[in-house]
Design a binder for this molecule. Structure first.
Ligand SMILES: *[C@@H]1O[C@H](CO)[C@@H](O)[C@H](O)[C@H]1NC(C)=O
Ligand SMILES: *[C@@H]1O[C@H](CO)[C@@H](O)[C@H](O)[C@H]1NC(C)=O
Length: 325
C-alpha cells in the first residue's frame, strides 16, 4: 500500500507544497528588517563624572549601551577635563574591537548650566568608520536655554540620508515648554548655516508628566509648525523607576526626506534593565532614565533588496510549477 493512500496524508502533501513560500517570505522579511541600519541613541546619564566612570559596574553597563549605537548622545556629563569620557571611550573601543572592529571617537560641547555645581556637557560618541563629523555649532542666544544645544552635522556614505544634523537638548525641567519651543529657533539657525533641513532633535526634553502637558503643545512650535515628526510618542515610559511613567526623552525629526530615511517603527526606548537583566538598583546607579534610539536606513538597502527580490520571484515560479504537477 502506498504511504499516501490515506486521505489525510494526501492533504498534507498538498499543504506542504504551499508552505515554503509564506515561510520563505517571513524569513526574508526578518532578514530585511533585522537589526540592520544605523542606530542613533540618546541617553541621559545623571552626573557622569570621573568618580562614576571609575565604578566598574556603571562603566560596564554604559559600555554595553553605547556600543550598540553608531552615534550615542550622552547628556548629564560633568567632565570638563574629559577624563571620564576618555575612560568610557577606551572601554567601548576595547569591547567592540574584538568582534566588530569599530573605532569610536567623541565630540563634546563646553559645560553649560545655571550653577557652578551643575555644569553639564553634551557628548556625542560615534563610530568613526561609519560616520564623519562635518560641522559643530554652539547655539549662543542669551537666556534661551540653561544648556544651549550644541548642534553637530554628520556625514555618512553608509546611510540613505547622507548629511544630517543632530541637535541635543537636556531641558531645565522648570522651563521645559519654553526650551522645547525654542528648538525651532535653533532649527532655523542650523538649517541656514549648513543649508540642511535633515535635522533631528534628541535628548531629555522633560516632555511629559508635570513638565509638559497636552495643553502646552499649542505653545511649542515643534508641534504647531508643519513638518516635525515626534518619533517617541507620549505614552512611552523613558524612566527606570516603577513610580514614574513619563516620556521625558524624545526624538523629533524634520521633513519628509529625513522621515523616509528612517527605518519605520525603529524609534524605541531601549530597556536595558530588561535586556541586560539588571537589578533596578544597578540600573539606577547609572541613571534613572532609559536610552531612546532610532535607526536610519542604510544606503545599501535597495541593493540588498535586489537579490532578495530575485529569490522571491524564483521561489514563486518553483511554487507554481510544483502546484501544476
Ligand atoms: C569620511 O570622510 C572620508 C574623507 O572624506 C571619506 O573617505 C569616508 O568615506 C567618510 N566616511 C564615511 C563613513 O562616510
Ligand atoms: C541648498 O540645498 C539645496 C537642496 O539640497 C540645493 O538645491 C541648493 O543649491 C543649496 N544652496 C546652496 C546655497 O548651497
Amino acid at each position: 500500500m502506498d504511504a499516501c493512500d490515506l486521505p489525510d496524508c494526501k492533504d498534507l502533501t498538498m499543504r506542504w507544497r504551499f508552505l515554503p513560500l509564506p515561510l520563505l517570505l517571513l524569513l526574508l522579511s526578518l532578514l530585511v528588517d533585522g537589526d540592520s541600519g544605523f542606530r542613533i541613541c540618546a541617553y541621559n546619564v545623571d552626573n557622569f563624572n570621573l568618580a562614576k566612570a571609575s565604578q566598574r559596574s556603571v562603566l560596564h553597563t554604559l559600555t554595553r549601551v553605547v556600543a550598540r549605537c553608531d552615534i550615542c548622545l550622552l547628556q548629564g556629563v560633568k567632565d570638563p577635563d574629559g577624563k571620564a569620557i576618555q575612560k568610557l571611550l577606551i572601554s567601548v573601543n576595547r569591547a567592540t574591537q574584538r568582534y566588530e572592529n569599530h573605532k569610536y571617537k567623541e565630540v563634546s560641547s563646553k559645560s553649560h548650566g545655571n550653577s557652578p555645581a551643575d555644569m553639564q556637557q553634551y557628548v556625542f560618541i560615534y563610530r568613526s568608520g561609519m560616520v564623519n563629523v562635518t560641522g559643530k555649532h554652539q547655539y549662543e542666544k542669551k537666556n534661551a536655554f540653561v544648556r544651549a544645544p550644541y548642534a553637530v552635522q554628520f556625514q555618512s556614505d553608509k546611510t540613505a540620508i547622507k548629511k544630517f544634523v543632530l541637535v541635543p537638548l537636556h531641558t531645565d525641567p522648570s522651563k521645559a515648554v519654553q526650551e522645547i519651543d525654542r528648538l525651532y529657533d535653533v532649527f532655523e539657525e542650523v538649517r541656514k548655516k549648513w543649508n540642511n533641513t535633515n535635522v533631528m532633535f534628541l535628548g531629555n526634553f522633560h516632555a511629559s508628566c508635570a513638565y509638559m502637558t497636552r495643553t502646552n503643545k499649542k505653545d511649542i512650535r515643534l508641534f504647531t509648525r508643519a513638518g516635525f515628526s515626534w518619533l517617541i510618542r507620549d505614552k512611552v515610559d523613558t524612566t527606570v523607576g516603577e513610580h514614574t511613567n513619563c516620556a521625558y526623552d524624545r526624538i523629533v525629526v524634520y521633513g519628509k526626506p529625513f522621515l523616509k530615511g528612517i527605518t519605520p517603527f525603529s524609534a524605541i526606548v531601549f530597556n536595558y534593565v530588561k535586556e541586560f537583566k539588571l537589578s533596578k538598583t544597578r540600573a539606577l546607579d547609572v541613571s534613572d532614565h532609559l536610552p531612546v534610539e532610532v535607526r536610519l536606513k542604510s544606503s545599501a538597502s535597495l541593493l540588498q533588496a535586489i537579490p532578495l527580490l530575485i529569490l522571491i520571484s524564483v521561489s514563486a515560479i518553483v511554487q507554481y510549477c510544483l502546484s501544476a504537477l
